[in-house]
Ligand binder design. Structure first.
Ligand code: UGC
Ligand code: NI
Length: 175
């Protein structure tokens, strides 16, 4: 069956809330001045959850750019813990997510175009596609879990979806 073209939307806090957190200054519920006024603290932006017996770890993922159009044919989840991606290279990237729970169908998937100033934190169990960098090799600071037990389930989609360049450009505002 031919892959269906997926709608791409701009990442913002409210619409992403069912899947986790957006890590950006605009998403801060609280921010306040520290260091004698030299620094503004955008406070508590994401719920980092290493799960029972887990330890939160910090890594850097160096992702090769995905060529567009890109076919979404699988999704994964980390049932035991959250996983956060914060872009370090300042470039846009893509996120595809579906609610935690049963294996996602194509119609359950939401695709977001993320600016290089926006990070995401997937709540534990939220289905997502592995890192989708765009345009050039890009680094991401990743906060997720180390610990006992398997923490990555993968599913193949019965119907695949296509992420196209026009959809991505429209969501990024032509950026
Ligand atoms: N495998 C791995 O650590 N990366 C994925 O979890 C991902 O979401 O990119
Ligand atoms: Ni992951």
């Amino acid at each position: 069956m031919k892959a269906a073209v997926l709608t791409v939307q701009a990442l913002e806090r409210e619409s992403f809330a069912p899947f986790g957190d957006v890590i950006e200054t605009e998403a801060a519920a609280r921010h306040f001045s520290i260091n004698e006024g030299n620094t503004e603290r955008y406070h508590d932006l994401a719920r980092i959850d290493p799960g029972a017996e887990g330890r939160a770890i910090v890594s850097i993922f160096r992702g090769l750019p995905r060529a567009l159009p890109f076919e979404i044919s699988m999704m994964e989840r980390h049932p035991r813990a959250s996983q956060a991606f914060v872009p370090l290279s300042g470039r846009p990237y893509l996120v595809a997510v579906a609610p935690a729970g049963p294996a996602p169908r194509l119609e359950d998937i939401r695709v977001y175009a993320c600016r290089g100033s926006q990070g995401v934190n997937y709540a534990a169990g939220v289905w997502h596609h592995p890192l989708m960098a765009l345009d050039d090799v890009s680094d991401f600071l990743v906060i997720d879990r180390d610990g006992p037990g398997e923490n990555c389930d993968v599913v193949q989609l019965e119907r695949t979806g296509l992420i196209t360049k026009p959809e991505v450009q429209a969501a990024l505002g032509g950026a």
